[in-house]
Design a protein around this ligand. Structure first.
Ligand SMILES: Cc1ncc(COP(=O)(O)O)c(C=O)c1O
Length: 390
């Protein structure tokens, strides 16, 4: 079903294969291993060295790619981000590809701002490079979130097995696949893309059981839950839910923009989320906003972007199926309350005055985090004094 959703060629001679995993992280480890082994086999057959494999990604990759690179001894070559452009630039990625590149990994729905990377353009550029060099560098798509969004909201967007160099795709069942935590999937375009020697065949369970995993015995509840959701909701059901998430993201986005205090850096097309930063002239910082919002029951992450956009700090709200319009409106109202509170704190009012006299130097992310820590330390000490606890 999932291979079909990703437009795998399912002719008589071609059969996509796949594995259920613990989230996209395990799926990515397995996909990476398959690319590494395939590349090594080819290099050995050509009598070429195969001890320096690398993988090309954007600096915005999720941490599991760094884990893959470190655990499986593959160099991670990251395309740096830049101001206003927070995904992998396909031109730069293809420039970084060399004979040791096992694959280029594109993300469909960057963890940091939900933006889809341009897989179609990457495929075009890589096809040209492969033709010039005689290599056959493939593409993996990390569609952890986008894999269950794009097929329903943007069916004409070509990012999947419709593109010939896309050899494998991962997706998290426990994100927009709508299953509880602990399930992911990786699909290979065809059997040839998954080296047979990585598959173990066991027969002591009564029939041939092929396995390719990094974890071992586990319950089947997530697999059943995914199967249930797919057949219970069907294409239409998923589509309705994703449209609803998109609509609620839009309402939240507009509410945040209307405060006049933030710049929204997520795109309308992408994962239904809102990533936003304070405008440059703000005397507050995103960590203070996140910290104060906790008192209203909202746990909203604030983080800095990876290199070379590390001076940008972002707040991010991911819209799930159960995040209603009412909740979106309540969050905007609470953000307004937080801004008002921060604006009227005496220390802040003074800082504001100094802004009119000359802008203060911009604080680093570390300084901001230290300030938040100091604030909490003072708060805890005060509490201890009041309660008579040493
Ligand atoms: C783009 C991307 N890849 C991989 C992952 C890892 O996914 P999982 O939590 O399913 O292991 C995430 C999770 O946030 C992600 O956003």
């Amino acid at each position: 079903m999932i291979a079909n959703l990703f437009n795998a060629p399912l002719g008589e001679s071609e059969v996509a294969v796949g594995v259920g995993t613990v989230g996209s992280s395990e799926a990515i480890m397995l996909a990476g291993l398959a690319f590494k082994r395939k590349w090594q086999n080819k290099r050995r057959a050509q009598g070429l060295p195969c001890d320096k494999p690398n993988i090309v990604t954007g600096a915005n990759v999720q941490v599991c790619w760094e884990k893959f690179a470190r655990y499986f001894e593959v160099e991670l070559k990251e395309v740096k981000l830049r101001d206003g452009y927070y995904v992998m630039d396909p031109e730069k990625a293809v420039e970084m590809v060399d004979e040791n590149t096992i694959c280029v990994a594109a993300i469909l729905g960057s963890t940091l701002n939900g933006e889809f990377e341009d897989v179609k353009r990457l495929n075009e550029l890589l096809e040209e490079k492969n033709k010039e060099t005689g290599w056959d560098t493939p593409i993996h798509v990390d569609a952890a979130s986008g894999g269950f969004i794009a097929p329903f909201l943007y069916p004409d967007l070509e990012w999947d097995f419709r593109l010939p160099l896309v050899k494998s795709i991962n997706v998290s069942g426990h994100k927009y696949g709508l299953v509880y935590a602990g399930v992911g999937w990786v699909i290979w375009r065809s059997k040839e893309d998954l080296p047979e020697e990585l598959i173990f065949h066991i027969n002591y369970l009564g029939a041939d059981q092929p396995t390719f995993t990094l974890n071992f015995s586990k319950g089947s509840s997530q697999i059943i839950a995914q199967y249930y959701q797919l057949i219970r909701l069907g294409f239409e059901g998923y589509k309705n839910i994703m449209e609803n998430c998109q609509e609620n993201a839009k309402i939240l986005r507009e509410g945040i923009e209307n405060t006049g205090r933030f710049v929204v850096i997520s795109k309308e097309m992408g994962v239904p989320l809102v990533a936003f930063s304070l405008k440059d002239n703000s005397v507050h910082n995103e960590f203070e906003i996140a910290d104060t919002l906790r008192r209203f029951g909202w746990i909203i992450p604030a983080y800095t972007m990876p290199p070379d956009a590390q001076h940008v700090t972002v707040l991010r709200v991911v819209i799930r199926e159960d995040f209603s319009r009412t909740l979106a409106e309540r969050l905007v109202a609470d953000i307004e309350k937080v801004l008002h509170e921060l604006d009227t704190l005496p220390a802040r009012a003074n800082a504001k005055l100094s802004v009119t006299e000359g802008a203060p130097p911009k604080k680093t992310a570390l300084q901001m985090q230290m300030e938040v820590c100091d604030h909490w330390k003072k708060f805890v000490m005060e509490r201890r004094k009041t309660n008579g606890v040493c």
